[in-house]
Write a protein that binds this ligand. Structure first.
Ligand code: NCD
Length: 406
């Protein structure tokens, strides 16, 4: 067990940025580089966040650094209101009028089930019409249209672009393109990052924190002062990178990262530097059975965030090498579950690996298993984000007052 408690603070990380260490995934080898935005992209995440907000409101959601505790509170309230309004037919019909004058483009060129479908369901709840492009070979990119030209075309026909791409910098570059158009007085639309390469997945972090808030209570309780354990593919999992960037902003959090001790699979140095910038107490271990201060680590955990090993990114060499790793050390077994607090929450961004079984299905019945609720929370959280981006929060609150009461 290597315990890196309170690593020294690199000066570059004081603004809480995640740096530009872009892990090289095979799918990214042919990624376009967007040279026109290279100097903007090179800035620390915490600095860039200002380019994606205006007057205290998000105009794009590109990085989890934009999700401050205050913004999370606001979005959680909108998500709760949407959820409560959805309990009656009258509420459902009223919700459907909130954004019925808007159209969404879902541009997902990387596999997705939950993010895609929950965004689509969120659009339907709010009355947005949606269209999708999931296979770039059906769009003009095969005719050598540049990715940014494609995006500008989508922005001509739709009012928001929700996108997932294997390229780390693409969504961010699209947001800069939209900002340039806005500055020139031209038509622009909000960009939502639904997963950018190995880098970020801010809307997953939003629904994860929303689930944590619903589990532990809001003000007073909530994400602050908790011990989080992240287990699995810490190196290639963008959900962990984004969630850490949000949780680090809450005071007194402890984070334990459990992964194989391999450069590709353990947490990136850039995330460690970001956490150090926030003075988060960090530990790294190589098994869920490890001990910290003489106690089994699982006994102290308030929230366990399980992830799968992302095999699809393995090179042929890694496929062989990682095949020798004992994955049993990264599985939540019923025996390990017994060590956990009765109040703990178990999260997983899903999909889980049905062959490895990092969470075996028998654990689904345990009241601490939150992952199916977490996935459904994604729909409410994404609806809240759309309401916020279009400035319809007051309208939603008025509907809630009229139809649900206080
Ligand atoms: C994740 C992703 O795509 O980053 N899934 C998700 O959006 N819930 C995690 C994964 O693929 O393992």
């Amino acid at each position: 067990v290597t315990a890196t408690t309170k690593p020294s603070i690199p000066s570059t990380a004081r603004d809480g940025s995640i740096g530009e260490d872009q892990r090289s995934l095979p799918a990214e080898s042919s990624a376009p580089s967007f040279p026109q935005y290279a100097s903007l992209i090179a800035r620390p995440q915490g600095v860039k966040a200002a380019d994606f907000s205006s007057e205290g409101r998000l105009v794009h959601l590109i990085t989890a650094a934009q999700l401050t505790p205050a913004t999370i509170d606001q979005l959680s309230r909108l998500a709760d209101m949407t959820r409560q309004l959805s309990r009656t037919r009258q509420g459902i019909n009223a919700l459907r009028a909130v954004l019925s004058h808007k159209r969404a483009m879902l541009y997902f060129t990387q596999p997705s089930t939950r993010t895609f479908l929950s965004f689509m369901a969120a659009c339907q709840i709010l009355g947005l019409t949606c269209n999708e492009v999931r296979d770039p070979t059906t769009s003009s990119e095969v005719k050598r249209e540049s990715p940014l030209d494609s995006i500008r075309m989508f922005s001509s026909y739709f009012d928001v672009i929700i996108m997932r791409s294997p390229w780390a910098n693409f969504a961010e570059s699209c947001a800069y393109l939209m900002n340039e158009l806005a500055a020139a007085g031209k038509r622009w639309v909000p960009i939502i990052n639904g997963g950018s390469g190995a880098d970020e997945h801010p809307t997953q972090a939003l629904l994860d924190v929303y689930t944590i808030i619903r589990t532990f209570g809001g003000e007073g309780g909530g994400p602050a002062g908790k011990t989080y354990c992240f287990c699995g593919d810490m190196g290639r999992g963008r959900t962990v990178r984004s969630l850490c960037a949000v949780l680090a902003q809450y005071p007194d959090t402890r984070m334990i990262f459990v992964s194989p001790d391999h450069a590709t699979l353990r947490l990136g140095d850039d995330v460690l530097a970001m956490l150090a910038g926030y003075h988060v107490e960090v530990h790294q271990c190589q098994s869920l059975d490890a001990s910290l201060s003489g106690r089994p680590l699982l006994a102290d955990v308030d929230c366990l965030y399980m992830t799968r090993i992302q095999r699809e990114h393995n090179t042929p060499d890694q496929e062989q090498e990682f095949g020798r790793i004992d994955l049993e050390r990264f599985r939540l077994t019923p025996r390990r579950l017994q060590q956990m607090k009765p109040t703990a929450a178990i999260l997983h961004p899903f999909p889980r690996d049905s062959v490895v079984g990092e969470i075996p299905v028998e654990i689904d019945r345990d009241p601490r298993a939150m992952y199916f609720r977490q996935a459904r929370n994604g729909m409410w959280a994404r609806a809240a984000l759309l309401v916020h981006l279009f400035g319809a929060g007051d309208e939603l609150a008025a509907l809630h007052r009229d139809l649900v009461g206080s």
